[in-house]
Design a protein around this ligand. Sequence first.
Ligand SMILES: Nc1ncnc2c1ncn2[C@@H]1O[C@H](COP(=O)(O)OP(=O)(O)OP(=O)(O)O)[C@@H](O)[C@H]1O
Ligand SMILES: O=C(O)C(=O)C[C@H](O)[C@H](O)CO
Length: 306
Amino acid sequence: MPDLLCMGEPMLEFNQQPAGPDGRRLYLEGHGGDTSNAAIAAARQGASVGYVGAIGADGPGESFLALWAREGVDASTVLRNPAAPTGIYLVTHDARGHHFTFYRSGSAAARYRPEDVPEAAIRAARILHLSGISQAISETACDAAFRAIAIAREAGVRISYDTNLRLRLWPAARAAAVIHAAIAMADIALPSLEDATALTGLTEPDAVADFYLRLCPLVVLKCGAAGCLVATREARARIPGHRVATVDATGAGDAFAGAFLARTLAGDAPEEAARYANAAAALATTGYGAVAPIPRAEAVRGLLGA
Ligand SMILES: Nc1ncnc2c1ncn2[C@@H]1O[C@H](COP(=O)(O)OP(=O)(O)OP(=O)(O)O)[C@@H](O)[C@H]1O
Ligand SMILES: O=C(O)C(=O)C[C@H](O)[C@H](O)CO
């Protein structure tokens, strides 16, 4: 049984490439879905990982099964729904950064229900990881996530939660209420500064850390190119970002989460795990797509000079 279970929605990704001289452009096919990205990031660092969710009985679903098999992510707790598709999304880029366009309404993952939750696998895991997206995609998926959290808490399995706020999926007030209710039951909160500002109105990393520490004992605040802040109620450390040749930050936060959880499972203290994750996430921005550029341990250690 996997040590780390990641729960949510996998989605096939089409990532806009720079236009050629004639103005035409291609879209690079890849894989996404924040918690699937995190699962792969953790597996690439050597963790034992499984995925919880649903895919359609379609080409994109097949492609995920092949991907997870290649990456060593256990898919035995992924349901296949013959009546609903696997979601897809586009990534477009402009001067303001990257933008998502989703085609996911009614997807297999959105139809996931509380009764689908794999209780025995959660009880046997060491960490359950979910996100705001896992809960935003539908009411049934939201309830399923809360059921999984309740099972994990009852069984003493640590819960990790990435805010991953997507305001096109749900209204801000509901997102804040659900995300903060979930984080109050979690052991590790992984907000980004951008999400936290939208969720709380706070803009200062220390003030954001104080806010989330009232809900959860360990907060790792992802601050984009500026790095991260790792905070417990006793101590905090700011870790500067690495200067890398960033081309696409899609999934950087997911790579961070997966690497952080892998190192936590390996026994690192939070600051050490965050230093590692900060380097892994920086490297993940140096190629297009959410999954392809996620580094393995050797490259991460290389950037850390270790
Ligand atoms: N331009 C960059 N240069 C170096 N590191 C970066 C850069 N952008 C992001 N990172 C690394 O990735 C981590 C996560 O990025 P960010 O704070 O944007 O998270 P996020 O908003 O959760 O990402 P996502 O777009 O995946 O949701 C940062 O904490 C940092 O370690
Ligand atoms: O919207 C989603 O479910 C995604 O996860 C799309 C991307 O893979 C993800 O947002 C990158 O962080």
